[in-house]
Design a protein around this ligand. Structure first.
Ligand SMILES: Nc1ncnc2c1ncn2[C@@H]1O[C@H](COP(=O)(O)OP(=O)(O)OP(=O)(O)O)[C@@H](O)[C@H]1O
Ligand SMILES: [Mg+2]
Length: 575
């Protein structure tokens, strides 16, 4: 284990030091009573049974019984304290991890796949929980018993013990050999199982595509072939484990037979008592069981350390944006881009925006038009500072927006995105997402203004209708209207509408457009639209092509320039 992991884990353990100290106390008690038991057995044999000393029988048995009770109670309490502290530690860790994931910048989510983050949150945390709660305490218990058992074996008969020591190298070597092999095979097996899950995940979340191309059978086969691969790995692993068990059993029983033979000699010659021999055998078994499970635990602990690395790597990752900078009390809403260039962090070699310069005055409505992939959505996502620009400046109310607290800035920016995502809750909660304190009347008014009231009230449950995961139970246009209502309720100073009406039919579009026109009053609005009919009213139109602004002007100005891109876009749309 490297120093970093050690530091992280010990810091984690310190948060539960009281609970862990109790656990440690009971660990010592339970291991101690386990180690006393063979002594009591020897005593019973040598002082009660062999000399037929009947009056001592009851006290001896009571003594042994008490040791058992202590062993049981202390063992349970050890389990209780270690497991409880483990659960608590990992729960806190999981909470922290989730908080940290949500705090990351948007670019973080471009880099890390959802599935990977989910597995850190669920299976890695669970593995870690097992390690800190069960494996570590079992490991310590076994270690104490192995060391203690060894000491008592030597104390009982150093000759027999020294001979037993000869058995250690072959045992250690075979454990090492098999252990490594089993670990590799286990990892292989987990890996191929994960591969199968990836297939299932893709298929189930894309079930509509699968069904529309009638690919069910193919998908089942694809899944099956991954499963067979996993089964293959599992078979190899099971075979190796079975072989290991055979070897371990041969060595173990061989040693016991040897002790019977050699120890038996010593008993016959009087060098050892029957009680000594029995005691020795019991210690040998304690040590053997301890060593055996330590081998298995070692693998588990290693897996836990791996998992902790994956969890801590994210927890310690600091988002670029933090809660510093000037808080905004009031915003007029002017936006100015000065020579802004930008490329996405995951694709730094492609310049998505090149030297973009424009100015939008407070309260103006400006439209961005341009071919698909030209960078319109990208411009929209720079304003709430989802990404950092490579060069140039963005000024909000005449001040470099990096001086503002980013979260405070986002409070003033409303975004209706191209693919609105709803949370799996009710319509009302989705609208209130931007403002949880909104009154019912306000929610109603927002829905009405977004032209969503009609369809909401047509549902039997009205505003309490559940929308399903990601809003799957609503149509595209309905989702868009909910998203508009949500933005309305936030009442932002800067409004970015990214194709907000693209999923609506002409009739509802004009109604929503009306609502939007109302909404845009007194706000700076950036409208991104393919449908040029919706942007005729814009104060200014920026035509963007391949990341550059190629034309600026009003609809009339641009439409009259027959060489310009805008005119071509118009032509294409109305031909
Ligand atoms: N998260 C991302 N990571 C890397 N590249 C991206 C990302 N999002 C968009 N791009 C790339 O940036 C370019 C501009 O994309 P953008 O979404 O801004 O286009 P758009 O003008 O909004 O197009 P559309 O009209 O189709 O919505 C595209 O070439 C796209 O491939
Ligand atoms: Mg777009």
């Amino acid at each position: 284990m490297d120093k970093l992991t050690w530091n992280r884990l010990s810091k984690l353990a310190l948060t539960e030091k009281v609970c862990l100290s109790w656990g440690l106390l009971f660990l010592i008690l339970s291991s101690g009573s386990t180690l006393i038991f063979p002594q009591l057995t020897r005593w019973l044999i040598d002082f009660v049974l062999t000399p037929k000393n009947y009056e001592l029988l009851l006290p001896a048995v009571i003594g042994i019984f008490c040791a058992f009770v202590l062993m049981g109670v202390a063992g349970s309490l050890r389990y209780f304290f270690f497991t409880l502290s483990g659960e608590r530690m990992v729960l806190n860790l999981r909470r922290e991890l989730y908080k940290k994931i949500l705090a990351q910048d948007i670019s973080f989510f471009d880099k890390n796949r959802t599935g990977d983050l989910m597995s850190r949150l669920s299976s890695d945390c669970t593995t870690l929980q097992n390690t800190v709660s069960v494996n570590v305490s079992m490991g310590l218990r076994n270690l104490a018993q192995v060391l203690g058992g060894f000491a008592f074996m030597f104390y009982t008969s150093w000759k027999l013990s020294s001979l037993m020591l000869l058995m250690i190298p072959p045992i250690a070597l075979s454990t090492l050999f098999f252990g490594k092999k089993i670990r590799v095979l286990s990892n292989d097996f987990q890996g191929s199982l994960a591969q199968a899950s990836v297939v299932a995940d893709e298929t189930i979340s894309g079930i509509r595509t699968v069904k529309s191309f009638v690919q069910e059978l193919n998908e089942v086969n694809r899944y099956n072939s991954r499963l067979e691969n996993a089964l293959d790995k599992a078979q190899k692993r099971v075979k190796t484990i079975a072989l290991f068990m055979t070897v371990a059993m041969l060595v173990g029983f061989g040693s016991i037979s040897f002790v019977f033979w050699y120890g038996g000699h010593q008993v016959v010659t009087g060098a050892l008592s029957i009680g000594d021999l029995t005691q020795f055998l019991l210690y040998l078994m304690i040590v053997a069981i301890g060593v055996g499970s330590l081998g298995g635990l070692w693998g588990d602990i290693m897996a836990g350390i791996g998992a902790s690395k994956r969890v801590f790597d994210i927890i310690e990752q600091r988002p670029f944006l933090n809660d510093s900078g000037k808080k905004i009390n009031d915003l007029l809403g002017s936006i100015e881009f000065k020579n802004v260039s930008f490329s996405y962090p995951m694709r730094t070699n492609v310049d998505v925006l090149k030297n973009i310069t424009f100015k939008i005055n407070p309260g103006e409505m400006v439209a961005l038009v341009g071919p698909s992939g030209s960078g319109k959505t990208t411009i929209g996502s720079l304003i709430p500072r989802f990404y950092e620009i490579n060069s140039g400046e963005i000024l909000i109310d005449g001040e470099n927006y990096k001086n503002y607290n980013p979260f405070s800035l986002r409070e003033y920016v409303g975004l209706v995105s191209q693919e609105p995502v709803l949370i799996s809750s009710t319509i009302k909660e989705n609208i209130c997402y931007s403002n949880s304190k909104a009154l019912d009347e306000e929610v109603y008014a927002a829905a009405k203004a977004a032209n969503a009231l009609e369809f909401i009230e047509s549902f039997p449950e009205g505003f309490n209708t559940l929308v399903g995961e990601k809003g799957i139970q609503l149509s595209g246009g309905q989702k868009q209207r909910i998203a508009i209502a949500r933005a309305l309720l936030k009442s932002p100073k800067i409004l970015i509408l990214d194709e907000a009406t693209s999923n609506l039919d002409t009739a509802s579009e004009s109604l929503v457009q009306e609502a939007l026109n109302r909404l845009m009053k007194g706000r700076t609005t950036l409208v991104i639209a393919h449908r040029l009919s919706t942007i005729k009213e814009a104060n200014k139109i920026f035509v963007i092509d391949k990341g550059e602004i190629v034309q600026t002007g009003t609809h009339e100005e641009l439409a009259s320039n027959h060489d310009g891109l805008y005119y071509h876009l118009l032509q294409r749309q109305f031909s």
